[in-house]
Design a binder for this molecule. Structure first.
Ligand SMILES: N[C@@H](CCC(=O)N[C@@H](CS)C(=O)NCC(=O)O)C(=O)O
Length: 205
């Protein structure tokens, strides 16, 4: 059995969505934000969610890795282009772009005080983080021009990951209105029954 350590509104949204869209059972453990205990720090050294414990007993951090793993382990659900398929490179590109460029830019906004030793500089860090996350979103907005999904003109978990990040945008908790392609992309996904149901807990939109 898989065990997902998560918290409503966190990156656990995409991983929970992956399991539910794959129709696979998993145990969900809610980790309160304040003061993670030693047991949790043993599997998440930075004290962050999500964490996924695999049936073999190993635990991994990194939401992008978890989403990719679920798609790979349950290929019949067709949640991502499979290894060796033509769209795989593009899927990996977007997963890494979102998890290594965009997600950290958003973290710099929300945890600005971690990124400066000057107590008066948090606002400057936030301004720069907002500009950087907008620069990343603009890349995705451009890529979605004339297409419905990020990869291969078919739905994948990269789309779910984008839906989550777009609703973490610090201005209004939703994608900027001028990103019409991202707004259109998210609107379609928000109607998907599994994602709509998941949002009852996560309250991303
Ligand atoms: N690189 C990690 C980032 C995880 C992360 O930053 N999680 C946030 C919630 S979305 C968290 O636990 N923040 C609490 C903290 O950093 O203290 C991932 O992609 O899973």
């Amino acid at each position: 059995m898989y065990t997902l350590y998560s918290r409503p509104g966190s990156g656990g949204f995409a991983v929970e969505a992956a399991f539910r869209l794959a129709g696979q059972p998993f145990t969900l453990v809610n980790v309160p934000k304040q003061a993670p205990g030693d047991d949790f720090l043993a599997i998440s050294p930075l004290g962050q969610v999500p964490v996924l414990t695999l049936p073999c007993g190993r635990s991994i951090t990194e939401s992008g890795a978890m989403v990719t793993l679920v798609a790979e382990r349950f290929p019949e659900a067709e949640l991502a282009p499979q290894p060796q398929s033509p769209g795989r490179a593009e899927f990996l590109r977007w997963m890494f772009f979102m998890s290594s460029a965009l997600y950290p830019a958003l973290l710099r906004y929300f945890y600005a005080q971690r990124y400066t030793s000057d107590p008066g500089a948090a606002e400057t860090v936030q301004n720069a983080a907002l500009a950087e996350s907008d620069r990343c979103f603009a890349v995705i907005e451009n890529a979605l021009s004339g297409r419905q999904w990020l990869v291969d003109d078919r739905f994948s978990l990269a789309d779910v990951y984008l839906l989550m990040l777009a609703h973490w945008h610090p201005v209004g908790d939703r994608p900027r209105e001028e990103w019409t392609n991202i707004v259109r992309h998210c609107s379609a996904l928000k109607r998907q029954p599994v994602l709509a149901d998941l949002n009852e807990t996560h309250r991303l939109w």
